[in-house]
Design a protein around this ligand. Structure first.
Ligand code: FES
Length: 102
């Protein structure tokens, strides 16, 4: 599957852009969007910014909110189907990539 992810670095970009990552995931893997983001961070692009550390990972704190294919969800709960996804930050202002000020 292809994960197209919004990227924004206020120190480098005047506006955001998308980076695409090809990841071998199927529905049987039962990976969440958070698992996907962590996989990309660990294996493909360590510069990706997203909420993970000190977040609950159980749908309680709400810190991991993102938009997947235009729909708001919690990254720690949204299970991937193996279809391509577009992941955007949820809300404004964007601090960096998928991290927004709350
Ligand atoms: S990490 Fe807390 S709701 Fe997702």
């Amino acid at each position: 599957m292809i994960a197209k992810i919004y990227r924004f670095d206020p120190g480098k970009d005047s506006q955001g852009h998308y980076d695409s990552y090809e990841v071998d995931i199927t529905a049987e893997d039962r990976m969440t969007v958070m698992d996907l983001l962590q996989y990309i961070f660990d294996n493909l692009d360590g510069s990706l910014g997203f909420f993970s550390h000190s977040a609950c990972q159980h749908g309680i704190c709400g810190r991991c909110g993102v938009k997947v294919n235009g729909k708001a969800c919690l990254a720690c709960e949204k299970v991937l189907t193996g279809e391509d996804v577009v992941i955007d930050p949820l809300g404004q202002p964007v601090v960096r990539d998928l991290v927004v000020r709350r």
